[in-house]
Design a protein around this ligand. Structure first.
Ligand code: F6P
Length: 213
């Protein structure tokens, strides 16, 4: 298993408005992150320390904001792992990487959820890990739908850059760090930051790189 680079998408219109879910565009600030991330990946992921090209992978969710965030990462042809031609950082999008679906609360702000669904907000506050939005998902649901992806990552022979979402990256981070499942809800996954996880014999060594302020 190789190094895993986790990043949220750049700031989206919904992030700016404090709304849950949706499929909104990046803001100007979000596009700035995409540009900086492109340069960072080119300099830090796509080359070996000796400057030769390093084959790596690029995975996003199926949502607009993660695909837009990947837009400035170049995808040159290089010699691949078996000496075959390889399109480096070729984008692969997975619906299993889409953000937790908030069901009837999708598109609302947290304040609107408290106003319109006070019982639901209280239940979620009591047990965020197991709470499932009406007609939506819970963190336990995410763990189930991310399991195949986590196993696929473990089998990779190349590093992978994963551009996804807050709740999704909490679950993946907790998995690779070997945390108890319930602790994933407490993981901090800020915007504008790459979390680099390098596997060790016990779990992963972590480095957080702030790519844009
Ligand atoms: O607010 C951004 C977001 O990605 C929402 O789309 C999602 O519902 C939420 O974060 C997940 O975080 P939390 O579980 O803390 O509400």
């Amino acid at each position: 298993q190789r190094t895993i680079y986790l990043s949220r998408h750049g700031q989206s219109e919904y992030n700016r408005l404090g709304k849950l879910g949706g499929d909104s565009d990046l803001t100007k600030h979000g596009h700035d992150y995409a540009i900086e991330l492109g340069k960072w990946v080119e300099e830090n992921v796509m080359v070996h320390p000796d400057g030769t090209p390093r084959p790596a992978r690029l995975w996003t969710s199926s949502l607009l904001r993660t695909r837009q965030t990947a837009k400035h990462i170049p995808h040159p042809k290089i010699d691949g792992p078996n000496g075959q031609e390889w399109i480096n950082m070729r984008l692969k999008s997975f619906r299993n990487l889409d953000e937790i679906y908030a069901g009837v609360c999708d598109g609302l702000t947290n304040e609107e959820v408290i106003e319109q669904f006070p019982e639901e907000a209280a239940q979620r506050a009591k047990d965020k890990f197991r709470y499932r939005y009406p007609r939506g998902e819970s963190y336990t649901d995410l763990i189930a739908r991310l399991e195949p992806i986590a196993h696929e990552i473990e089998r990779l022979r190349e590093p992978v850059v994963i551009i996804a979402h807050q709740a999704i990256l909490r679950v993946l981070y907790a998995y690779f760090m070997g945390y108890p499942r319930e602790q994933c809800i407490g993981v901090s996954v800020p915007l504008n930051t790459v979390i680099q996880l390098t596997p060790t014999s016990f779990g992963c060594e972590e480095l957080r790189i702030r790519v844009l302020d």
